[in-house]
Design a protein around this ligand. Structure first.
Ligand code: 5AD
Ligand code: FES
Length: 345
């Protein structure tokens, strides 16, 4: 097993069979070995710095019906909200004071926000905070829309591919959605010049070791700047309510493999990881992650942006999370930096 991890470090890839073998057979010793190697690689490139991104969940309306997601359009019980432009800018203002230099605008695929509206919001943030990066995470669009947002000043785009296997993709999404289009979006975004993030859920329903091997191969081919992974966690009002959550152990191991494969990649320790384990983010950092994305959304809407059950940090405000995170990160020997936290090429 260790020889496969060494080979991954050396060649930045494995065959599908090798990935599958590793994913099926890794044990505690393999995990430890991978985590140490992953941490060393991250330390060599990013030192003890951890980058923070202020997440603004600005709409929970969504036109899609992804089976795993708590804010999918079929959930009649979700209380829907949208933040106004002024509310979004207020989040940025508070965030800036707290040391954030990246703002992530995340939302469901909400047709209310036309391309022009999004471009205007991006533009107003960039005008006011020219030393900050703006990241969009608003789903699948066409090339021209992505280009418009980029020209308005957007720097980065997060769009998890969710799974790189077509049959698995169809088990997680309604027929109106396709893996082909999602992949096209990611390649379009790269071509336009965004720093791009893809990613997948660990332990999503019906996921196999072979599917995960394909995720690694897809990521290796795409060469994203960022990869977001976190455990799948069931949401009570979805068709996957009774499915099992992904585990801490698997998520940490995959974080390490991603770091070893794509050495410079920006790797967040996600809120979902913190939700399944009270020190999940800290463990994520020790396994190779170097980014955290705490919430800047107004406390009044936090509980409504519920993709899965039990989400942490829905009662705390921006300042509370900021300081809580600082302590947590320092507890494992790292520190938060006030910086855009760009990909180190
Ligand atoms: N559990 C964990 N992650 C989820 N996401 C959506 N629903 C869930 C869930 N039930 C993830 C998806 C999406 C990202 C914004 O959140 O991967 O891309
Ligand atoms: Fe939000 Fe700890 S990070 S409460």
């Amino acid at each position: 097993m260790k020889n496969l991890i060494d080979a991954l470090e050396k060649n930045s890839a494995l065959t599908k069979e090798e990935f599958t073998f590793l994913i099926k057979n890794h044990d505690e010793e393999t995990d430890r070995y991978a985590a140490l190697k992953a941490r060393k690689i991250a330390d060599d490139i990013y030192g003890k710095d951890i980058y923070i991104r202020g997440l603004i969940e600005f709409t929970n309306y969504c036109k899609n019906g992804c089976y795993y997601c708590g804010i999918n359009c079929t959930n009649r019980d979700a209380e829907r909200y949208r933040l106004s432009d002024e509310e979004i800018l207020l989040c940025c203002e508070k965030g800036y004071e707290l040391g954030y230099r990246t703002f992530v605008l995340q939302g469901g695929e909400d047709p209310f926000y036309t391309d022009d509206k999004i471009a205007a919001i991006v533009n107003s943030i960039k005008k006011k905070y020219s030393d900050c990066a703006v990241t969009l995470s608003i789903g699948e669009k066409e090339y021209d829309s992505y280009k418009k947002f980029f020209d308005a000043g957007a720097d980065r785009y997060l769009l998890r591919h969710e799974t790189a296997d077509d049959a698995h993709y169809r088990k997680l999404h309604p027929e109106s959605m396709s893996l082909e289009h999602r992949k096209k979006c990611l390649y379009d975004l790269k071509e336009i010049g965004y720093q791009v993030g893809c990613g997948f859920m660990v332990g999503s329903p019906f996921q196999t070791a072979e599917n995960l091997a394909d995720d690694f191969l897809f990521i290796h081919a795409l060469k994203p700047h960022m990869v977001g992974i976190g455990p799948f966690i069931p949401h009570e009002k979805t068709v996957f309510a009774d499915k099992k959550a992904g585990t801490l152990k698997e998520t940490l191991f995959f974080l390490s493999l991603l770091r070893i494969m794509e050495k410079r990649v920006l790797l967040p320790a996600t809120t979902a990881l913190a939700t399944i384990d009270s020190t999940g983010r800290e463990k994520g950092i020790l396994a190779g992650a170097n980014v955290v994305m705490p919430n800047l959304s107004p406390v009044g809407v936090r509980k409504k942006y519920k993709l899965y059950d039990g989400k942490v940090c829905t009662g705390e405000d921006a300042a509370e999370c900021r300081f809580c995170l600082e302590r947590r990160i320092e507890s494992v020997g790292y520190h938060v930096v006030v910086s855009r936290g760009d990909y180190k090429a």
